[in-house]
Design a protein around this ligand. Structure first.
Ligand SMILES: C[S@@+](CC[C@H](N)C(=O)[O-])C[C@H]1O[C@@H](n2cnc3c(N)ncnc32)[C@H](O)[C@@H]1O
Length: 363
């Protein structure tokens, strides 16, 4: 046997200033957007060029800073600390010395977290096995928590790296970061916060933007736009009074209440002058949780027409929908909207179309 006993290859409690091995979870289809935000953060904080290993659903990197800095990223789902151990099998992690070092690192993570954890949940192949249960219980004890396989919010993963080493990953927040603290009210079909932040980034926000949230629902796109950069104005409508109230409540919880103006209106017949907006954000009914596939063709056609009227020439429209074929058909040769960018992104079991349209300069 070539293995010479348990040997951690990344020290579980790095001294101050040593880069932290981390993994940032991202929605498949948005890794490039998250990488761009990460690299901007690195430049802004003077960390030099940050080059993650990009996977479909995660960015892996050594971060030369703090976890709190990574918690400012808006387009990622979660941050996990990663520790690698050159051991042949998980049982070796139960050795006294290793367990003490992993336990101390996890206890430190729990102490420094932005919100309290309630219980530990282990996510690993064979998590019911005796070894896995002893591992989970020992880590939970170090962190002063119980193990709760269903509702635990200190999520610990154990997996084998392609190099053959074993990796322990611990999520650094009790809830995924994409579940926003501002969401005090929800509506059917509400978008994920990180997804909305990424959608907004694709439209390159500018401080001069006159922004219009059409069909706001719970306000996710409009609020994420409000939080990412100043704007000339932030208006929104929904046909449902409950959605209007919900968006206003969430905007207030996000600290953007003063800037966001939302009222009840039908997006297909707006009492708004021509060319009033530079950036429009819309997530129309997908025909499942909200709306119907039967009425969507007429609704989408009228919506694109009316939004084309209130959009200034050159304005951007961010459109998120699962009515993929209908949208592609309507946008083929549309008199007012040109497709600048389109991609499919995973979102809660669906793979909606996310596109940025540009208002043609034709009247
Ligand atoms: C998919 S939901 C939007 C969800 C939103 N993105 C969120 O994160 O909560 C679609 C919204 O369109 C609204 N809606 C449907 N028809 C409308 C119309 N003709 N004019 C304005 N809003 C409409 C619905 O009331 C619903 O709130």
């Amino acid at each position: 046997m070539t293995h010479k006993g348990p040997r951690p290859t990344a020290r579980p409690a790095p001294s101050r200033g040593e880069p932290l091995l981390v993994e940032l979870a991202v929605a498949p289809g948005l890794a490039d957007v998250a990488m761009e935000e990460l690299q901007e953060l690195g430049r802004r904080l003077g960390k030099g060029v940050v080059t993650p290993d990009v996977k479909d659903d995660a960015l892996a990197l050594r971060w030369p800073g703090t976890i709190a800095e990574l918690h400012t990223l808006r387009t990622i789902v979660s941050v996990s600390r990663v520790w690698r151990f050159d051991v042949p099998r998980p049982k070796a992690l139960l050795g006294d010395a290793l367990l003490r070092t992993i336990g101390a690192a996890v206890a430190e993570l729990v102490r420094d977290a932005p919100a309290p954890f309630h219980a530990l949940r282990l996510s690993a192949a064979g998590r019911e096995s005796d070894v896995m249960q002893r591992f989970a219980e020992a880590l939970a004890r170090s962190a002063g928590l119980e193990v709760d396989p269903e509702r635990g919010d200190l999520v610990v993963r154990l997996r084998r790296a392609p190099s053959g080493e074993w990796e322990v990953l611990v999520r650094t927040t009790p809830r995924p970061m994409s579940v926003r603290a501002w969401r005090t009210c929800d509506r059917p079909g509400g978008l994920d916060g990180a997804f909305a932040a990424a959608a907004v980034r694709l439209a390159r926000p500018r401080p001069t933007d006159r922004v219009f949230g059409a069909m706001v629902g719970s306000g996710t796109l409009l609020i994420e736009r409000a939080l990412v950069a100043p704007a000339e104005r932030l208006d929104g409508v929904d046909i449902d009074d409950r959605a209007v109230a919900c968006t206003l409540q969430n905007a207030a919880a996000a600290g953007a209440g003063e800037h966001v103006h939302v009222w009840r209106a039908d997006v297909t017949a707006l009492d708004i002058p021509d060319a009033a907006f530079d950036l429009i954000l819309v997530d129309p009914p997908w025909g499942d949780a909200v709306g119907s596939h039967r009425t969507n063709p007429a609704l989408y056609e009228a919506m694109l027409q009316e939004l084309g009227r209130v959009a200034a020439p050159g304005a951007r429209l961010v459109l998120v929908t699962h009515e993929v074929r209908l949208t592609e058909r309507l946008l083929e040769d549309h008199p007012r909207w040109l497709v600048a960018h389109a991609r499919r992104v995973w979102h809660g079991g669906h793979q909606p179309l996310l596109c940025v349209l540009r208002r043609s300069r034709r009247r």
